[in-house]
Design a protein. Structure first.
Length: 86
């Protein structure tokens, strides 16, 4: 099991998700990520550019959970949970 930490921006995004009825979808993904951040389903993407080293999973077509994995510490750091790679 991995511990999940949220950036300040991810905490703000979580409030947006709650008000847009996407909270349940995001919680389901976070449970999968907590168990195994590299699980093949639902698929994840390795990000490049400014977000090199981070991963992304779809909440909806438009919204993503973007996270980094700190393997040695068994921590998943959630960076964003709202827009597409803002």
């Amino acid at each position: 099991m991995y511990k999940i930490l949220f950036t300040k921006q991810a905490q703000k995004d979580a409030r947006k998700l709650s008000s847009s009825n996407l909270k349940k979808n995001a919680e389901g993904l976070l449970n999968i990520i907590k168990t195994n951040p590299f699980c093949d389903y639902p698929p994840y993407e390795k990000l490049i550019g400014d977000l090199t080293g981070a991963f992304s999973r779809r909440i909806t077509i438009q919204h993503r959970i973007v996270y980094q994995v700190l393997e040695e510490e068994k921590i998943v750091k959630v960076i964003r949970m709202w827009m597409h790679y803002d």
